[in-house]
Design a protein around this ligand. Structure first.
Ligand code: MG
Length: 159
């Protein structure tokens, strides 16, 4: 068996709203993402990590934000389509590690449901999906709550 790794990053600005979608989970919050899709930075970073590992391009090419089909779409759908694409190309997802960079809200209580959503979408056990969160200590665009970002790495295997 051979392995490849991929790296993904995403950031979305925050604006008026009442909830965030992160890892496919709706989290009540005093702001929302400004985005063409649901703005789920975690799913977007994971998609880019997977596409990068497989050498299959990036999220902007695969799911262009100029395409009306993707307006307001659940980013779990991007993740599901990416998983299918990897599978068609002979790749298996081994594990994913990720960080969410957000000043607020506290995300720890939501990790189990995020892992469950991602796990069932990409078809690997939840043990293979790690989610962590960091604050930016109150500085920079994330620290002053103008944006939330995520980074992810993925390991994939093939024969
Ligand atoms: Mg994005």
């Amino acid at each position: 068996m051979k392995f490849r790794i991929g790296l993904g990053f995403d950031l979305h600005r925050l604006g008026p709203g009442s909830y965030l979608i992160l890892g496919g989970v709706q989290i009540p919050h005093g702001q929302g993402f400004i985005a063409h899709s649901d703005g789920d930075v975690l799913c977007h970073a994971v998609v880019d990590a997977l596409l990068g590992a497989a050498g299959l391009g990036n999220i902007g090419e695969r799911f262009p934000d100029t395409d009306p089909r993707y307006r307001g779409m659940s980013s779990l759908k991007f993740l599901a389509e990416t998983t299918g694409l990897l599978s068609q190309n002979g790749f298996r997802i081994e594990n994913i590690d990720s960080n969410i960079l957000a000043e607020r809200p506290k995300l720890l209580p939501h990790f189990p449901s995020m892992r469950e959503k991602i796990s069932s979408t990409i078809g690997i056990p939840a043990e293979g999906i790690s989610i962590k969160a960091k604050t930016m200590e109150g500085i920079g665009i994330i620290g002053v709550e103008e944006a939330i970002a995520a980074q992810a790495v993925a390991l994939i295997s093939f024969e």
